[in-house]
Design a protein around this ligand. Structure first.
Ligand code: OXD
Ligand code: MN
Length: 626
């Protein structure tokens, strides 16, 4: 028996196909040792990471790591979906022929883990026992201990997840090789990074990063790209970048569930962890089920169900504080084992800080280092606490990683293998005007059309394109794995078969006035429009039909305890027909990119265009609320 066999035995990895996979790649990347890990190894691996200087301690048993300065985010340009079928090329999936790209990545990985340990991470992207179990198991090979420690928080990790597969060879094979980060030409024409999902082989090959979004293969590469491909290949499910919550009415004892897509940095984590405002807290609770990914399927009872395949939160630190997200602050507090990445760190105090944690950075800068590792006190005085762009202490994409068990408002259904029945699907982005607070959409085609035309403000001000949207269909633009036309058809088919389909709606918490001030207070107050939506779905309120959907009448919204300027509320509940007409024109162009877009989507688009024309009737003013 050789050393590799002993390592696989010691780690309890009995699955022969997994053992063969490890052997094949160990021979190729040439690590010095192989080690199978499970969640039970966490404390030992943390101690090793501290001893090796990969982690620095944070008070309360939490840890801090800094990544290489050019390795702090996902790279969309270097991310590819490969298959052997050219018909899989879509607009957004960066499709490449598998036989072309695989040898390129394999060459880069050859011998690239020399001197390192290859960690074998068997994992499950689902609560155990779901009807989608067959697509949830995976094995990630990585040469980074830090990646292992993130995976242990973000997924269910242990060899036992590979022992009870119906088909023992049916698991996602992921290979992560960090590479020599200082010699990869990040962002240059000679960029050597490759993040490839070979979707029809269920093989993920990621080379050249140890940033979470690129290196935690269970999360985005498997949980979204591979899973959405598997969902269509099997015809069984959808995998979406969606948050997922329950709203419990303590008076009736009933819990309703809402899932929804919001592009990155549009507040999914805050929404999923929101606390009801004091006036509503006596009656309602908001339960967290997921803040980034949901897998949706049609259950035998004829309803759409969803669950969160993740086991942790990989949240954006920036602007997380007691007011924006008290549940998140508790979830990353002392005793949670949280990992912080690329925030500011003070080794003397063993403390971390990020922009927005407190209104101002710590008064006394002694001992504080920015995310690059530079001492703040070495900066010129005027740049130490200026808050100006370029002077930030933390990276704007700095993160915290914490296990779901630490989330105070975690739903009692979080581990339910069936998931939860979905009552509503919402879409939203950061839009400073045009999009009202909420508008319900009354048919499946209208809802899917709305998801497809989801966008968030692009920051093109310098080029004079301010106000244009970057379209991000269903918030899946960076994670699409197959052509958009086929994707839309899958949505229409799956939801179309539901006996009690969810209601759709578009929400926008981010409207601003001319001075740039937000019109809606956001955060926990976002519960109010969601309660209206559930009332609307139940037929308890009627709303007001407009060309863009059904908007709440003011008196239908639960406004108790909210002080909001009446004019602002009117504005939030009105439709700017002129702005909408312009938007419809750019949608035409956006939709035209997608080959084979199902006819019901075009019909929904034309209905909207006509309704707007009818609504305008030559006028150029806002259609005002009641
Ligand atoms: C993302 C993430 O990049 O969830 O979208 O980390
Ligand atoms: Mn995400």
């Amino acid at each position: 028996m050789d050393a590799e066999d002993r390592a696989l035995d010691a780690g309890g990895l009995r699955n022969d196909a997994a053992r063969a996979f490890v052997r094949q790649w160990a021979a190729h990347t040439q690590p010095a040792a192989v080690e199978v890990v499970s969640a039970a190894d966490d404390a030992r691996l943390v101690a090793e990471a501290l001893a090796a200087g990969e982690f620095a301690p944070v008070t309360g048993g939490r840890y801090y790591a800094r990544s290489y300065v050019k390795d702090t985010a996902r790279s969309e340009e270097r991310t590819f979906v490969a298959t052997s079928n050219p018909a899989d090329r879509g607009v957004y999936n960066n499709w490449l022929p598998a036989d072309e790209v695989k040898p390129v990545v394999e060459r880069l990985m050859a011998g690239a883990s020399r001197g390192k340990t290859m960690y074998v991470i068997p994992y499950l992207m689902a609560p155990p026992g779901t009807p989608l179990d067959a697509w949830a198991a995976g094995v990630e090979l990585t040469d980074s201990r830090v990646v292992v420690l993130h995976m242990i928080r973000m997924a269910r990790v242990g060899a036992e997840h590979l022992d009870r597969l119906a088909d023992p060879s049916h698991f996602v094979r992921g290979v992560h090789v960090t590479g020599d980060l200082e010699r990869l030409g990040q962002g240059t024409p000679d960029d050597k990074r490759y993040f490839v999902t070979v979707a029809d082989e269920r093989l993920i090959l990621h080379f050249g990063s140890s940033y979470g979004g690129n290196a935690l293969l269970g999360k985005i590469a498997h949980g979204l790209r591979q899973a959405s491909y598997d969902g269509q290949a099997s015809g069984r499910f959808l995998a979406e970048q969606f948050m997922l919550i329950g709203i419990r009415d303590k008076e009736t004892g009933r819990t309703r569930h809402i899932c929804g897509g919001f592009p990155s940095a549009s507040g999914k984590t805050n929404l999923a962890m929101m606390m009801p405002p004091p006036a509503l807290a006596g009656r309602y609770e908001v339960h967290y089920l997921g803040d980034d990914i949901a897998w949706l399927y049609l259950n035998d009872d004829g309803r759409v169900y969803a669950f969160n395949p993740e086991n942790g939160v990989f949240g954006v630190a920036k602007d997380t504080n007691e007011r924006s997200n008290a549940n998140a602050m508790a979830a990353i507090g002392a005793g949670t084992g949280t990992l912080f990445t690329n925030v500011a760190y003070n080794a003397v105090m063993q403390e971390v800080w990020w922009e927005g944690r407190t209104p101002q950075p710590p008064e006394d800068v002694a001992g504080w280092r920015d995310w690059r590792g530079e001492l703040i006190s070495d900066r010129p005085a005027g740049r130490q606490r200026s808050g100006a762009a370029g002077d930030e202490w933390s990276h704007p994409n700095s993160r915290f990683t914490t296990a779901l068990a630490n989330v105070p408002n975690l739903s009692p259904e979080a581990d339910n293998p069936l998931g939860v029945p979905i009552d509503a699907v919402i879409f939203g982005g950061r839009v400073r005007d045009r999009e009202p607070l909420i508008r319900a959409l009354t048919s499946l085609a209208e809802g899917v059309y709305d998801g497809l035309t989801l966008g968030a403000e692009a920051t093109f001000a310098a080029e004079g394109k301010d106000g244009l949207l970057r379209y991000d269909p269903m918030s899946m633009r960076p994670f699409m794995s197959y052509p958009e036309g086929r994707y839309v058809q899958r949505w229409l088919n799956l939801i179309g078969r539901a006996k009690r389909p969810p209601v759709f709606a578009h929400v926008n918490w981010f409207q601003r006035d001319a001075g740039g001030r937000y019109l809606w207070p956001g955060y926990g107050e976002n519960l109010r429009p969601l309660l209206w939506l559930l009332d609307f779905a139940d037929g308890r309120v009627e709303g007001r039909q407009t060309p863009v959907g059904v908007l709440p009448r003011k008196e239908e919204l639960r406004l108790d305890g909210l002080s909001i300027d009446a004019a602002n509320l009117d504005h939030l509940l009105s439709v700017d027909l002129v702005r909408w007409s312009l938007e419809v024109e750019s949608r035409e162009e956006h939709l035209s990119q997608f080959a084979g877009l199902p006819e019901p989507i075009w019909q929904a688009h034309r209905r909207l265009a006509q309704a707007l024309m009818g609504g305008l009737g030559g006028r150029t003013t806002r259609s005002s609320g009641t």
